[in-house]
Design a protein around this ligand. Sequence first.
Ligand code: C2E
Ligand code: CA
Ligand code: CA
Length: 425
Amino acid sequence: MTTDLTTRVPGVPVEPVTLCEHAATLVRDRGTGFAVARFAVYDFPEIRSSLGAEAATDLLDHISERIQSRLGPRDLLSVQPDGDMLVLLDSAAGLEDRLHDLVREGSGWTAAAYGQLSVGASVAVAHDDADALVSRAGLALEEAGRRAPGAVTICTAPMLASARQRVTLDVDLRRAVEGDRLTVHYQPVVALPGARIVGYEALARWPDQQRGWVSPDAFIPAAERSGLIADIGLRVLRRALRDKRRYGACRNSWMSVNVSAVQLDDVHFTHEVLRALDQEGVPADELRIEVTESALLASARSRAQLIELRKAGIRVLVDDFGTGFSSLASVRRLPIDGIKISRELLHDEEPGMPDPTVVRAVRLLAAGAGVTDIIAEGVESALEVRALSALGMPFAQGFHLGRPAPASRALRWPGAGGLAVPSVN
Ligand code: C2E
Ligand code: CA
Ligand code: CA
C-alpha cells in the first residue's frame, strides 16, 4: 500500500501506522538518505502518574506542536500510545545538528510541567526494512536514556552489535541457569598477621562452551537486568552453604556471599536466606553477605531486610568500600558489621603499597562505629601483606593470599580450618 502524503492535514501528527507505511514506501522507492527519530519526554510516566492524564496529554500536545513547527513539509510526526514521538525525516543530511535543534526547541514548559526531550535515531541503509529502521531508533533512544536527559544518539553498527550480544547473552545465561551449569569458586579471606584462613568468598562462575569462562562482571549486570539474579543468587548461596558443609575442613570459618541490590529489594529475600541456612544445616553466624554501599542505601525495604538478617545472626559487609559513592558517614549510619576496602581506595597514590592514611582513617572510623571486620581487598604481593599487618589491618584477601578456585581445591586447602595459606611467607 502506498501512503499519499497530500491527504494529511499539515501540522497535525499522523497515525503511527501511517508513518510506518510511509517509511516502508521510502525504503522500497529510495532505499537510503532518510531517517527515523524517536523522541521521549524524560520521566514521562512519572509526570503522567503524578499530574494526571490531562496534564500529560497537554504536555505532549505542546511538545509535538513545537517539534512539528521545525519539520519540513515531507517530514512526518506521530505520537505513540506510550507518549514517545516518532519522526520520519525525509532527509538524513546534517542529522545530528537537526536532532539537537529539535531537542532544544521541542523541550519546554506547559503551565503544569517541564518536558525534557531525549532522542534516538537511525538512518536508512541499503536493503533496510522499515520495522528494523524504527526499532533501531528505539535502541538508540534507550542508549540516550542511559546517558543523560537531553541526549541525542544515532544508532551505529557497534551499538547494534552490542545490543545483539546482550540479547544472546541473556538467552544463553537463562539456559545455563536452567541447566544448573553455573558454578561457584571460593577465595580465602585471612587474618593478619599470619594469614590464617578465617573465611571464604563465594564467587559465581559461568563456563560457556562458546565464550569460555564468562566473568561475573559481564553476566551479573545482565542477570540483574533480566531478573535472573534472584535465581542465580539463591543457587550460589545454596551451593556455597552445601560446599561449606561438605568440606568439613572449613568449619569455624565463614562463608561470604555477594548480594545484589535487586535481591535485597525482594521481600522474600530474608526468608529464603534463612530457609537455605536451615536446609543446608549451616549456622547463621557462619554466613556473611556482601552488599555494595549503593545497594545498602537503595530502599527502606533493603534496610529492613538487612536488619532482619543481622537479628538472625548473619553479618553484613559493605563490599568495594571506596569505589563509587562511598561516604564515611554511611559506615556509622548503616546496619553493617564489616567493611571490605577496595583495592582502588587502598592504592590511591602508590600502586604497589597500601596508603597508610586510608588504612588508619578507616580503622578509626570503624572502631568508632563498632564495626569489627575490616578486610583489605585485592592484596597482590607479600610486601602489601607485610605493610597491612604493620598498619594493624585485621583481615585481607587477594591473589597473593589465594586465588578463587573450585571447592575441591579451595575448601580442601591445608589452610582450611586454621593453618596458614600455603602461598604466603
Ligand atoms: P567482588 O565482590 O569485588 O569480588 C572480588 C573480585 O576481585 C573477584 O572477581 C576476584 O576474583 C577479584 N580479585 C580477588 N583478588 C584479587 C586481587 O588480588 N587483585 C585483583 N585485581 N582482583 C582480585 P570476580 O570473581 O570476577 O567477581 C567480580 C564481581 O562480580 C564481584 O566483585 C562481585 O561484585 C560480582 N559477583 C561475583 N559473584 C557474584 C554473585 O554470586 N552474586 C552477585 N550478586 N555478584 C557476584
Ligand atoms: Ca564481594
Ligand atoms: Ca569487592
